[in-house]
Design a protein around this ligand. Structure first.
Ligand code: SF4
Ligand code: SF4
Length: 470
């Protein structure tokens, strides 16, 4: 069994009679721009996610928006499929699969989700790029912030906030466009003819994106995201984490190029602090694994570039495991990881099965409050209302029947047409000769089947009640 690894938590705590200020003053982080393998990976990943997010909203499928959450009609369209509130179980399964997928990835590769794909990180990188384009590199930004207000400073700040707000607005419109068809929303916005709720949510998500990616940034990861707090439970000594190799790096310190630094007792770390300057959460990875670390590997790229300049081997900071760092073997296949993989595969299989066998017709039976009545021919009669929901994307004709009692007579429409997505309400009467009634309460089954596609069918149980049988 793999042991867990310690994660530093520097949250201030009261010592004896000392009191702790619950509000931690934030020091603004001026992140240095850098290049490298992981920066490129993150850019490609971020670009793919952006294209997916901004592009999917504009895709059409069968004459309707391909991904559309139609809240007033309570339907969710995703490409060719329509999901109803009755399919909520499938959504729950999907969320459980996502959670297990995240657990699996975390045990295997640490916080790659946070560093590469979390929207908070992706948007923060985009906002940092806007900051660099408008205000300059790290030193220029620090100088600009210290300088007194001037026309040049105001212009640069306005340009930065303009780009930030523009990105936030586009994000909000796209997000709302998944709930209100975007091809209708955008022209409505341009002609200032948009509904109050749509306007409210666009304003809300614009401010949320602008605030989170522009100002809160690492504070969301450190103080608001619960995932950062429970990661230490998931990590073990075989989990891939971004780590500094102290055996190789220490004793850190500056040195002249070309001297025998080992003879002076120095390690490979030249203490340039570049790894700290590029870190979006402002931590020093040389202090060990900390819960603030989002596993983005910016420090790996930065340190590798220094190692290259110094003609030292790369990898002083790298994706590695605790076992590897202590000279032991890393076990990729371990019980916990295998357990998560099996659970994940089983749940994906079950989800696929539930999805493929999902009925495209839903049948609900409501029995009348009057338990039974005797009709003019002396038969016992029960009244029901059938709710037939056509969940298919095409119009269907349904044939209805009832079974469960010998001699049961169905009185009502046998065949009904339902348009795609239509819910029909159908009154139905069943009657039976009282002599043939075995008991006062009898189980019966209503059946609906599509005449166009017999694989589309649904049964619903109900009761047929009558007088007490002696
Ligand atoms: S970037 Fe590398 S060499 Fe520079 S301080 Fe960090 S660990 Fe040391
Ligand atoms: S320590 Fe390195 S991997 Fe962790 S958040 Fe900072 S730059 Fe990213």
């Amino acid at each position: 069994m793999s042991e867990q690894i310690p994660v530093r938590d520097d949250t201030p705590r009261a010592q004896d009679s000392d009191s702790v200020d619950l509000y931690a003053q934030r020091e603004k982080i001026y992140t240095r721009a850098f290049t490298g393998l992981y920066r490129n990976l993150r850019r490609v990943g971020g670009l793919v996610l952006f294209i997916l997010f901004f592009g999917t909203a504009w895709l059409n499928w069968d004459g309707r928006q391909a991904v559309w959450w139609d809240l007033p009609e309570r339907k969710f369209y995703i490409f060719g499929a329509t999901f109803w509130p009755q399919d909520f179980m499938l959504l729950s399964w999907l969320l459980i699969i996502c959670a297990f997928g995240l657990f699996f990835v975390t045990v295997f590769a640490g916080r790659v989700w946070c560093g590469y794909t979390c929207p908070q990180s992706v948007f923060t990188w985009v906002y940092m790029w806007a900051e660099k384009v408008t205000e300059g590199d790290r030193n220029q930004r620090m100088k600009l912030d210290k300088a007194a207000m001037s026309g040049r400073k105001a212009l640069r700040k306005m340009a930065k906030h303009g780009i930030w707000l523009g990105v936030a607005l586009l994000t909000a419109i796209t997000f709302v466009g998944y709930f209100t068809p975007i091809r209708q929303l955008v022209p409505d916005l341009l002609s200032l003819d948009v509904g109050g709720w749509a306007l409210f949510w666009i304003a809300f998500f614009t401010l949320a994106t602008y605030g989170n990616a522009g100002f809160l940034r690492e504070q969301v990861c450190i103080y608001m995201c619960p995932y950062a707090r429970f990661q230490s439970v998931m990590f073990d000594k075989d989990t891939l984490i971004v780590s500094y190799d102290p055996t190789r790096g220490e004793k850190r310190g500056p040195r002249k190029k070309g001297i025998d630094y080992r003879a002076q007792g120095l390690g490979d770390c030249i203490d340039c602090t570049l790894c700290v300057q590029v870190c979006p959460t402002g931590i020093d990875i040389r202090d060990g694994l900390q819960f603030e670390c989002i596993g983005c590997a910016a420090c790996v790229d930065a340190c590798d570039s220094i190692m290259e300049k110094m003609s030292y081997p790369k990898g002083l900071i790298s994706y590695t495991t605790e076992h590897n760092l202590s000279g032991q073997e890393t076990h990729l296949l371990r019980p916990r990881l295998i357990g998560y993989a099996i659970a994940l595969i089983a749940m994906i299989g079950l989800f696929g099965y539930a999805l493929s066998t999902r009925s495209l017709v839903e049948l609900d039976v409501l029995k009348d409050r009057v338990l039974f009545r005797e009709n003019s021919e002396g038969r016992i009669e029960n009244v029901y209302t059938l709710k037939i929901m056509n969940k298919a994307q095409r119009d269907l004709t349904f044939v209805i029947d009832a079974a469960g009692l010998d001699g049961l007579i169905y009185e009502g429409q046998r065949e009904v047409k339902a348009a795609a997505g239509e819910i029909l309400s159908l009154p139905v009467e069943l009657s039976i000769d009282p002599e043939k009634l075995p008991s006062s309460t009898n189980e019966i089954v209503f059946k609906v089947q599509s005449a166009d596609d017999p694989s589309i069918h649904q049964d619903a149980e109900s009761r047929f009640t009558g007088p007490s049988v002696r």
